[in-house]
Design a protein around this ligand. Sequence first.
Ligand code: ADP
Ligand code: MG
Length: 287
Amino acid sequence: MRLLDNAREAMRRDRVFGFVAENRYPFIQGRHAIDHDSVDLSHGTVLYVENVTVSFDGFKALNDLTLYIDAGELRCIIGPNGAGKTTMMDVITGKTRPDTGKVYFGQHMDLTRMTEYEIATAGIGRKFQKPTVFPWHSVFENLELAMRTDKQVWPTLFAKLSGAQRDRIEEVMVLIGLQEQSRLQAAYLSHGQKQWLEIGMLLMQDPHLLLVDEPVAGMTHQEMDKTAELLMGLAGKHSVVVVEHDMDFVRSIANKVTVLHEGHVLAEGSMQSVQTDPRVIEVYLGE
Ligand code: ADP
Ligand code: MG
């Protein structure tokens, strides 16, 4: 029976890629669906980072960092190497604990007191630089595996997809521009397509907040344009925080930009305003 075989194969892969299931796709463990009701966005702010400091052996990777992300906003975070961008993402996702400061998801959820798993299931999705799709599953199956369910995940592999679930997968495939690759194994996608598939997998969980670390590294210009379009299309429904090095890409998104430097916000505003800010110019020239 094909469904059973698929499920068996998926289980085997889960063992093979155990590290993936544990760290990156908590939903694969299948114990909880995202609990969307618990995040309170009534004040219009999805993320509060206030006076956060993180030290590594006395060196402050984040130094009194304060920033706020609006619900539905698309924010770009830029800054030279070592500015603290990745550390900031680590703090938001619970990988790193701040020494001091507050990190709240909506009004009430204190992220500094939650595990990585709890944070992910609360509705914060993180896309790492390196795509981690299941290579020997098709695009469709990758999205199916990533789907948020109200019940346990494993039993759903034995069950037929409902019409609504199928529609949702189709919808995400259109969004990420891979509908024609639906049956293609992920191993055969281009680098850019794999990145989009992974964004699609995050979308299957319907996260409130999506953190994306350097999405266009290694992409062609054409792929970069498509990625900009995709991320801009997600804003509104989701809040998206993009950390990116590529200035042309950030310019093409043309939204509010936060410039980090030495673990602190150096400037914030439109791309136009930050790129003419003398402090920003100085920091980038010194790189
Ligand atoms: P960015 O992503 O902006 O390039 P990071 O957040 O990766 O910056 O790093 C900020 C600073 O903290 C860097 O100087 C980096 O060397 C240091 N750092 C990051 N993680 C660690 C760690 N686990 N141990 C020691 N130093 C670290
Ligand atoms: Mg980094």
